[in-house]
Design a protein around this ligand. Structure first.
Ligand code: CIR
Length: 256
């Protein structure tokens, strides 16, 4: 993976209490707690030397902190998505405006839908989850954007009930990834070294690697140990309130 220099983020709005959740919650979401955790996440990325591009938060978009879903950046190009959840579509304009200061930007039209959380790049391949959020036209738009830049797009059927492809896996390097045991068949990812994540820590299959550093959930000691043994410097991060809204560690950032 090219080592990124910048990270695009967007603060957690007070309206986060109304963010989408796959399952009903026993207690309401706590925006203040999510804001504190998000600030810690951004600080950790800044300490790694990344330039932070902060898009102003939008109270009209409760999920706007989950910027990953709004754009796919690869090969020096940004594809701004049409998110699968209609409530999230107003998020993209502000993201596109900031990305356009740095990269050529292309967009996709209805009926295409695609969430960046479904896109996993490993070397010259982008694996894309065929999920409830990402449809065939979205996958075709992804291939049309990045195919001419030498990237192959490989659709991956998703297990029932899994929000995004990267809910159960994440890249560590061009040829190495984390994958939650018992989810997607490891053979799906050809020529890739897979570090498996035990069922008790399935939420930690989504980590954020930046070069030789890796942000790992604070409550996943076995995964942290496996990632450390594989050669990464692990930084334990608590984003548990964002996780209650189905957001894992890759979700609040776009690295490029
Ligand atoms: C949603 O359901 O869209 C948000 N509450 C969570 C999005 C998480 N994004 C991601 O995994 N890339």
């Amino acid at each position: 993976m090219p080592i990124p220099h910048r990270v695009l983020v967007r603060g957690v709005p007070a309206s986060f209490a109304a963010a989408l959740t796959g399952l009903p919650l026993a207690a309401p979401l706590d925006p203040a707690r999510a804001q504190r955790q998000h600030a810690g996440y951004v600080a950790a990325l800044a300490e790694l030397g990344l330039e932070v591009l902060a898009v102003p938060t939008d109270e009209a978009c409760p999920d706007c902190c989950f910027v990953e879903d709004t754009a796919v950046v690869a090969a020096g190009l940004a594809l701004v998505t049409r998110p699968g959840a209609p409530s999230r579509r107003p998020e993209v304009a502000a993201i596109a405006a900031v990305l356009a200061r740095h990269l050529p930007v292309v967009t996709m039209d209805a009926p295409a839908t695609l969430d960046g959380g479904d896109c996993l790049r490993l070397g010259a391949t982008i694996y894309v989850g065929r999920s409830a959020r990402t449809n065939e036209a979205g996958i075709a738009a992804l291939a049309a954007a990045f195919g001419p830049h030498g990237l192959a797009v490989v659709p991956v059927p998703m297990p029932a009930g899994v929000l995004h492809l990267k809910t159960v896996c994440s890249p560590l390097a061009d040829d190495c990834m984390l994958l939650a045991e018992g989810t997607i068949a490891p053979a799906t990812f050809v020529g890739v070294r897979i570090i498996s994540v035990p069922p008790g820590e399935a939420h930690a299959a989504n980590v954020l690697a930046v070069g030789t550093h890796c942000l790992v959930p604070h409550d996943a000691p076995e995964t942290a140990e496996r990632v450390t043994r594989a050669g990464w410097t692990v930084h334990a991060i608590d984003t548990s309130e964002l996780r209650r809204a189905d957001g894992a560690l890759t979700c609040p950032s776009i690295l490029f």
